[in-house]
Write a protein that binds this ligand. Structure first.
Ligand code: IMP
Ligand code: MG
Length: 185
């Protein structure tokens, strides 16, 4: 198992910058959703660290739920067109104010399929809160209500984002030097 320092090209977003931005997003959501008791739906697993930090800064009553979808397979760096729900909600979102919490939007295919599925369940409102937006990679339109940072087309890891399922625990967002990265066997 490689130490991340061996393939870290650069720290793209520091822990301090992440915490500052997440605090701001929490305050915005608290203001915008006053009196509406939103449900935050986190897409596993990448969105977990973002969700748990974000909810600490949401001062209004809200609940959380989790969903999982298959997108990247180990070793692959591209989302396949085929996005499947591997873990569905345990709650009925009909009539609820739903905020989808995602780590990163790349091609947009993952979140677009989740949006399509959830809107068929008739929520009162539905919006996307994404920590990172790789905007130049977008293939399908995704409306983003809350955006942490727009980032360049580099493969990033840390703060919930993985490389082959590892390194999600790091408190910053780093860029992978793919020349130096060696997948575990
Ligand atoms: P999309 O369907 O192409 O928008 O891909 C979104 C999903 O791909 C995210 O939820 C991440 O799990 C994963 N992903 C996209 N870019 C990166 C990256 O740079 N690092 C880690 N995971 C990524
Ligand atoms: Mg993800």
């Amino acid at each position: 198992m490689q130490n991340y320092q061996d393939f870290l090209a650069e720290v793209l977003i520091t822990e301090e910058a992440l915490q500052k931005r997440v605090t701001e997003l929490g305050a915005e959501i608290s203001r915008d959703y006053q009196g509406r008791n939103p449900v935050l739906i986190c897409i596993l697993r990448g969105g977990v660290m973002f969700l748990t930090d974000l909810m600490r800064h949401i001062s209004i009553p809200h609940s959380i739920e989790f969903m999982a979808v298959s997108s990247y397979g180990v070793g692959s760096r591209e989302t396949t067109g085929d996005v499947r729900i591997t873990l569905d909600l345990n709650t009925n979102v009909s009539g609820r104010n739903v905020i989808l919490v995602e780590d990163i939007i790349d091609s947009g295919r993952t979140i677009a399929s989740v949006l399509e599925l959830l809107s068929s369940r008739h929520p009162e409102s539905l919006c996307v809160c994404a920590l990172l937006d790789k905007a130049t990679r977008r293939e399908v339109y995704v409306p983003i209500c809350y955006r942490g940072f727009t980032i360049p087309d580099r493969f990033v890891f840390g703060y919930g984002l993985d490389i082959d399922e590892y390194y999600r625990n790091l408190p910053f967002v780093g860029v992978v030097d793919l020349e130096r990265y060696r997948p575990c066997t």
